[in-house]
Design a protein around this ligand. Sequence first.
Ligand code: AMP
Length: 284
Amino acid sequence: MFVTKTISEIRNIVNANKKTGKKIGFVPTMGYLHEGHCSLITKAREENDFVTVSIFVNPTQFGPNEDFAVYPKDFEKDKQLCLKAGTDLIFYPSIEELYPSTPFTHIDVEKLTNIMCGVFRPGHFRGVATIVCKLFNIIQPDRAYFGEKDAQQLAVIQRMVEDLNFPIDIVPVPTVRDKDGVAMSSRNSYLSRKERQAASVLIKSLVLAKKMIETGERTADAIHRAMKEFIDKEPMANLEYISITTKEGLQPIQKLSGYILIALAIKIGNTRLIDNMSFNIKLL
Ligand code: AMP
């Protein structure tokens, strides 16, 4: 496994592999890797001949009062996990390598970025779409892997790739959860033991929604109300939003039908946590 910090070197290595007909899989991350990230790398390994993982805490996707300065890092552990999951090349650039000067150009995936998490994190998805676009241009992979845990991010990237004709397949990967159902996240490391226990309110509220849907509930308002009441009972959790939308296009819905997404965000102390579940109503 190679590690490179420069754009010129990663371009050379990837190009040399492409020339021999190898398919390139790419997994963008912010590091502090866990089993969730590893499942993306494992899938990339299964489906491609050469797997590259980027580790970059992208400053432009953090708001001024967010956790950029304290975002957890452990490059040595990340390297071990990358190796174990089958990575060929880690791209580990500095901020200066990717942003040598203040950029004038940004990617705004309108309509998908001013809803849900975008309301609470203005500019976040612009930062995400722009860095992913840059990484796609640098690495030029055949396939790129994104976790369903970040459902809105996935929708934004899928739309960007469609709108801008990137010749890249976006592959969604299911959410990996801890034993108690809490979605794995680098940010879980911020939680105290009590806060970590309280974090299970996210998955429990989604399971409540699932049970309501399975027993015939089809009204978004009723599900929203029940989830909110449930979350409000957890004193450590502050609800930011619950959204019930179409899975594709993230359009709000009243009556549940077809493929739908239920997504939510809460804050526990200063830690912001998100989760979601999707359903094919026809199958229920
Ligand atoms: P991050 O390092 O948090 O930016 O995440 C990098 C990639 O890993 C994104 O595509 C995430 O959606 C994905 N990811 C993060 N946590 C999980 C998880 N628990 N299960 C599956 N994918 C995840």
